[in-house]
Write a protein that binds this ligand. Structure first.
Ligand SMILES: Cc1cc2nc3c(=O)[nH]c(=O)nc-3n(C[C@H](O)[C@H](O)[C@H](O)COP(=O)(O)OP(=O)(O)OC[C@H]3O[C@@H](n4cnc5c(N)ncnc54)[C@H](O)[C@@H]3O)c2cc1C
Length: 379
């Protein structure tokens, strides 16, 4: 049977995520945007409830084998739905909750069982400041962006260790993480074939977390760089060590970038929907020239267009997620979902600012924040 409806259990999860976003995330969104800080007390509660570790291990991308499987899971669709709901509450706080998954993804894809166990055990409990432990993933570099073939962070073998030197930029959780997954090259002249990933605990000498960047939006999620200065990492911390899976560095890096597309699409969609709902309510209650704004065609038509675009974006995203759940290759569909969802969400936020007029650009008005937040995803 062909259906575009969520099943009853999925709808129940969606309702739960929505209620959580409405009651726990929305009320603190403006505060942490203003503070430009990670919402640590909130994250601590999320860790205690198991939400933080659940989102760290969520599956957004396809482990594609290229043919439909009988034992279909719904993990990707579920993750997509949850991300949209939480981002409706605040995309920055959702990033703070979910960014450890960017580090878990390559560990899951090519780490051996000891490495996976080590990663998850490192994240249990609280750090020395009493905060829940997070992970960060470092691919992006100052000179190369996220171009995998041009990495300049080098890993040089030294007996039973590798010595890493280089720097990373724009890592989510970068300043506070307890464990890092760092991409490096064994030989800068060898291009993509020499790319490897290393699991590095924060306490490792030579690993120097950078200062938090100040950003336009998504401010409740910390973004920071990292410097590696003669950082000695045991060879068994190279992902896939001893399992015969180590040479899959490039494939895992690609799969990681793949994961970010549905994540970004879902986060943008959550912001776009929040902005649309807010603008619609405003347009229904504000009267101009004798009738509510919503009854003026110049306001109603663009609202209807944005509503249609967000619905179409959601269907593209669900299709990509459903394919991932069926173990089908969905690279194209993931890209389409992001390609369509981000501009649609940007139009929604921009329209909301226009409809609210001066109120829409006032600091403290939620649409002003959504307008800034959604722009961060269009890069
Ligand atoms: C909030 C936030 C969180 C982030 N979290 C992480 C993280 O956890 N870990 C991490 O490693 N990175 C992270 N990043 C970095 C992010 O992944 C990169 O900024 C993003 O992938 C864009 O990288 P880029 O290589 O395209 O950028 P750049 O290469 O610096 O892009 C610069 C410009 O060049 C253009 N460009 C790039 N390549 C081409 C090309 N081949 N042809 C034509 N034009 C091109 C781009 O479109 C852009 O306009 C984060 C960034 C932000 C803003």
């Amino acid at each position: 049977m062909f259906t575009l409806e969520l099943t009853e259990p999925m709808q129940a999860v969606r309702n739960l995520a929505y209620t959580y976003a409405r009651d726990e995330i929305r009320p603190i969104a403006a505060q942490y945007d203003e503070l430009e800080e990670m919402p640590w007390p909130f994250l601590k509660r999320a860790a205690q409830s198991g939400l933080l570790s659940g989102l760290t291990r969520m599956e957004l991308s396809s482990k594609a084998v290229g043919r439909r499987q009988d034992d279909v899971s719904s993990a990707s669709l579920m993750a997509t739905v949850i991300m949209e709901e939480l981002a409706w509450g605040c995309a920055g706080i959702t990033m703070a909750l979910a960014s450890s998954s960017l580090a878990w993804n390559p560990v899951q894809a090519m780490g051996n069982s000891e490495q996976q166990k080590f990663f998850l055990e490192t994240l249990s409990g609280l750090d020395e400041q009493g905060r829940p432990k997070l992970a960060a993933m470092g691919l992006t570099e100052p000179e190369a962006g996220s171009d995998i073939s041009r990495l300049r962070t080098v890993a040089v073998p030294d007996g039973s260790h590798y010595i890493l030197n280089g720097s990373k930029r724009f890592m989510s959780n970068g300043a506070s993480a307890s464990i890092y997954v760092v991409w490096a090259t064994l030989d800068p002249s060898a291009g993509r074939a020499a790319v490897r990933a290393f699991l590095i605990p924060r306490s490792t000498p030579g690993l120097i977390p950078g200062k938090k960047e100040r950003k336009l939006g998504i401010r409740a999620s910390e973004t920071a760089g990292l410097t590696l200065e003669d950082c000695r990492v045991p060879a068994e911390m190279m992902l896939g060590y001893g399992s015969g899976r180590a040479p899959r560095g490039l494939a895992a890096a690609k799969s990681l970038l793949e994961t970010t597309r549905p994540l970004v699409a879902a986060l943008a969609l959550g912001i776009g929907r929040a902005a649309l709902e807010y603008a619609m309510e405003y347009a229904q209650t504000q009267v101009r020239d004798g009738k509510p704004l919503a009854q003026h065609q110049s306001v109603a038509f663009p609202l209807a267009e944005v509503a249609a675009e967000l619905t179409a974006a959601r269907l593209l995203l669900w299709k990509a997620a459903e394919m991932a759940d069926c173990m089908l290759h969905n690279i194209k569909e993931n890209a389409m979902a992001k390609f369509y969802a981000v501009p649609a969400a940007m139009r929604a936020a921009s329209l909301a600012v226009s409809i609210l007029g001066p109120e829409g650009v006032r600091k403290g008005c939620p649409v002003e924040k959504w307008f800034r937040d959604v722009r961060v995803f269009d890069i």
